[in-house]
Design a protein around this ligand. Sequence first.
Ligand code: G4P
Length: 524
Amino acid sequence: MTLKEEIQRRRTFAIISHPDAGKTTLTEKLLLFGGAIHVAGAVKSNKIKKTATSDWMEIEKQRGISVATSVMGFDYEEYKINILDTPGHQDFAEDTYRTLTAVDSVIIVVDIAKGVETQTRKLMEVCRMRKTPVMIFVNKLDREGKDPFDILDELESELQIAVRPLSFPIDMGERFKGVYNLYRNGLDLYQPGRQTVTKSVSVDIQSPELEEHIGESLSAKLRGDVELITEVYPPFDRQEYLDARLAPVFFGSALNNFGVKELLDCFVEIAPSPRPVQAEERVIDPYEQPFSGFVFKIHANMDPNHRSCIAFVKICSGKFERNVNYKHIRMNRMMKFSSPTAFMAQKKEVLDEAFAGDIVGLPDNGNFKIGDTLTSGEEIHFKGLPSFSPEMFKYIENADPMKAKQLQKGVGQLMDEGVAQLFTNQFSGRKIIGTVGQLQFEVIQYRLLHEYGAQCRWEPIHLYKACWIESDDAAQLADFKKRKYQYMAYDKQGRDVFLAESNYILMMAQQDFKNIRFHFSSEY
Ligand code: G4P
């Protein structure tokens, strides 16, 4: 196969959802179709169950599993599929945001009864920011839920994207009959209790054959529904989908493996192969011969005695090869890798080559940070995802004076791994850790102790938001920093951050200092 063919057949995507909508179940069913696993129940995603919020063994176990299932690669027909797993627990939302920098498209799973939930909304914001094409799977049609047209309206208004149903359900819950596939014009009949599509027939919606399958009243309703869809929604336009302006919608039941193959078949056909990536210097085309890629995730190893990590590299262009020298741009150093890993579902194996679109795991002991670029030699820098203002803040204090160095090193490395964000108060020098959830504080404390032998203590600090500030008015900026000196901090890159105690204080600051721009993310 030529380089171009190899790259064109790649589909690298993430499945995202609010916890419990069915992401794990859908992932598993997709793997079954790819022949990557043979029995249901084989995939334990790195989902941390709600009950396990403080169960350390559980988190450790999950972390171990999540290396194996972080990326699930498999062949399906002529395609090479890479599914990037994202943590189910919302306290690790940052992790998910970063994973989204490495995908070419996304499938969103929504529960028919619950509709669009908070986490889905937040993740969609990131997709919108990055113009990532999304497809939506409305799940759990075997249960009672909202009216399908209401769900479509809700998706459109809550996710702020035009939608186009490519399948449509025939009733739901106990009376669920199946879906009409509008993409292929066929009827997929559902039989409760079965794990597969029992009958997939191509039936013209107007033909009397429809009645034979689903009876008179449902046929009439389906015809009405389909007519309404063609009236209300414009015909499906793939370019609109690729431009992230339109989301195709499928209905089904992941648990019953219903509607999943239809989703997959349409997905491989219309979803984008690796797309050009904007680096700081220029746009990198995936089909360029020279290799380039960036680190989007760093995963600490399970074995606390060897502080070795795996750096996950998304290949943006060309071909990556084992034992070939590549340039680590930040360190300005050539490096080669003797045991890069490919992630196939359920197992890792050493790879000899990988192509744009693939994810490669590089064993690492401290050389990589999130956002690092590797190339065949060209000086380019890929832009990562900006940091967002954390939601929770605590002072981190050393609880073991003998281990101050270990603590400093541990905190530094955990921050490089992207576990949380570190701010240093410009006045007192005290260190503040910002997270999106309580669980991250617990993970940090646990990992500092087990991987670095350092002990930390958390002390409360009441903060509302961290705002990155800038201004063209140097005098006003200096005045602001002087007046707010107790609340000024540096982020990891040394940029100015204002730590606002409350929404009110922030609003007042914005009002009083009109020439200062307050940003809630680190990139502006
Ligand atoms: P998540 O990864 O998005 O968090 O969701 P997950 O797949 O774990 O699914 C959450 C729950 O919803 C699971 O039940 C799962 O069996 C159920 N589920 C998924 N798809 C469907 C579907 O199409 N129909 C119905 N009725 N249920 C579905 P659970 O009881 O929480 O977990 P488990 O004990 O079954 O593993």
